[in-house]
Design a protein around this ligand. Structure first.
Ligand code: G4P
Length: 530
């Protein structure tokens, strides 16, 4: 095996997704504990934006500043190099999370046992499903009263459209939570809440009829477990790694992140089954990680809000070959060569300059405005990784220029902020007015503040009644039906930043009307279509 191949096989790059508060931060922290990357839980400054701060976006940005450090958390475990790509839990930053999902090779979905499948989980899992990303599920907070395990599996099937395969099964719950049964290894691991910070201490039994186990759990609990395991065998398919890798089935684990319980089983299984860096589709061909020539793409740009340090950090996922410090790489969109003297890599909470990085790794490149989301770097090949999809925003407002002398600054600022992925810009066909679409109302404050402080431009907003943006697709752009659609809906038509046609629907009803009246016109909620 070549050195490059060895490095590739070592790496596991994944993201943890969940609805806020399900326990993503806590789980991340415990995983780092196993990797020996931190000594005690609580050491990770979370990327989580505290609810108390939601009205104060500067505070949020300050907290987001912290999140640069936690954007990628790397640690070694059992000979693997594990890269966790952190995703903001705050719903107003959902777009960030969608983009991060283009850079992961698999995900772990965290579900709160009491709340079950929540809204944000549904949205994020939908994105993973569309991309056939392999998913593992961790049902968290078993130390609290929650839903029945079989009911949760049903919910996962119905709301997330997944095929769960339990690889562990809980014994009791809440006050009566006694432990889990590890199905592939056929053993019981007893729950002990005093192991929060410790690693490697487990109380295990392999024989369900062991009198010591009977004495601890009682025969009723053991009988119930046996029945449940029988049901699991009857209802769910056997685990099959290939199917997991294809995104056809999803292994499920139960535990309590806070109590560091069930986390090691999850991690051990993860390092066994999760995929190494995967090939990626580009416009002309598929790029394989073991190709000797370096390729990578920008999936996230982090701007520094501190006016004294106006630099940006572009996060590049390495798709193939070896990335080397100080080597000139080809920026395909700009058609120019760039060198990076101080590429950063991230180890637990530390950032450090690296000389080399391999497929699956993320490097942070200092940027003075060369990059936008989706940009591709190569060793010279003219190749673009498939665009990072945009999703319809949830909020829409007109943006107006409040200082006629600063129109240029305003346009430049809007342009750059959109390149960073802060929000989306639509330009109405009828009058050329600019509409800003965002995932959360907070972004409007962020944009206004940044335009003023970074570009010296002033803006105001005006309400606009839009329910959702749809990218328009038709197989017959010259046909009468499409022309009629454009004529009737002209007031609602716009272009996105790349010039793609968009329909700004003012209600779900308007969408239905289009479906009925213009069946050949397809309205897509996502900007990237096959
Ligand atoms: P998030 O990143 O998904 O938003 O969730 P986070 O890990 O911050 O967890 C949300 C809350 O749930 C935290 O409590 C955390 O301590 C708690 N939690 C996580 N895992 C478990 C678990 O296994 N059992 C129980 N009982 N609670 C769990 P908080 O009070 O909101 O925050 P904090 O003040 O404790 O940080």
């Amino acid at each position: 095996m070549s050195d490059l191949e060895k490095e590739i096989q070592k790496r596991r790059t994944f993201g943890i997704i969940s609805h806020p508060d399900a326990g993503k931060t806590t789980l991340t922290e415990k995983l780092l504990l196993f990797g020996g990357a931190i000594q005690e839980a609580g050491a990770v400054k979370s990327n989580k934006i505290k609810r108390s701060a939601t009205s104060d976006f500067m505070e949020i940005e300050r907290q987001r500043g912290i999140s640069v450090a936690t954007s990628v958390l790397s640690f070694n475990y059992k000979g693997r190099k594990i890269n966790i790509l952190d995703t903001p839990g705050h719903k107003d930053f959902a777009e960030d999370t969608y983009r991060t999902l283009t850079a992961v090779d698999s995900t772990i979905v965290v579900i709160d046992v009491a709340k079950g499948v929540e809204e944000q989980t549904e949205k994020l899992v939908k994105v993973c499903r569309m991309r056939d990303i392999p998913m593992m599920i961790f049902i968290n907070k078993l130390d609290r009263e929650g839903k029945d395990a079989f009911d949760l599996m049903d919910e996962i099937e119905q709301k997330l459209h997944l095929k769960p395969v339990p690889l562990s099964f809980p014994i009791g719950m809440g006050q009566d939570f006694m432990g889990v049964y590890n199905i592939p290894e056929q053993k019981i691991i007893l729950f002990e809440s005093e192991n929060k910070q410790k690693v490697g201490q487990k109380h295990e039994f392999t024989d369900l009829d062991d009198p010591d186990l009977q004495a601890i759990l009682g025969s009723d609990a053991i009988d119930e477990l046996k029945e449940n395991l029988e049901m699991v065998r009857e209802i769910y398919p056997a685990f099959d790694r290939e199917k997991y890798l294809q995104g056809e089935i999803q292994p499920v684990f139960f535990g309590s992140a806070l109590n560091n319980f069930g986390v090691q089983d999850l991690l051990d299984c993860f390092v066994d089954i999760a995929p190494p860096p995967q090939p990626k589709k580009a416009d002309k061909r598929i790029v394989y990680p073991n190709e000797p020539q370096f390729t990578g793409f920008v999936f996230k740009i982090h701007a520094n809000m501190d006016p004294k340090h106006r630099d940006r950090l572009a996060f590049v996922k390495i798709v193939s070959g070896v990335f080397e410090r100080n080597k000139a790489y080809y920026h395909v969109r700009l058609d120019k060569k760039l060198k990076f003297a101080a590429p950063n890599m991230f180890f637990a909470q530390r950032k450090q300059v690296v000389d080399k990085a391999y497929p699956g790794d993320i490097v942070g490149l200092h940027d003075t405005g060369n990059f936008k989301i989706g940009d591709t770097l190569t060793e010279g090949e003219k190749l673009m990784f498939r665009g990072i999809p945009r999703f319809s925003p949830e909020h829409f407002r007109y943006i107006n220029n409040e200082d006629p002398m600063k129109a240029k600054q305003l346009n430049k600022g809007i342009d750059q902020l959109m390149d960073e992925g802060v929000a989306q810009l639509f330009t109405l066909n009828v009058n050329g007015r600019k509409v800003i679409g965002t995932a959360g109302a907070l972004q409007y404050d962020v944009i206004q503040y940044r335009l003023e402080h970074e570009y010296g431009a002033k803006c105001s907003y005006e309400p606009l009644n839009v329910y959702k943006a749809f990218w328009i697709k038709t197989d017959d752009p010259e046909g009468d039906e499409y022309k009629e659609f454009l004529r009737i809906k002209q007031r609602y038509l716009a272009k996105d930043k790349d010039g793609l046609p968009v329909f700004l629907a003012d209600s779900p009803f308007a969408v239905e009307m289009v479906k009925n009246d213009f069946p050949s016109v397809k309205l897509m909620e996502i900007s990237e279509f096959e």
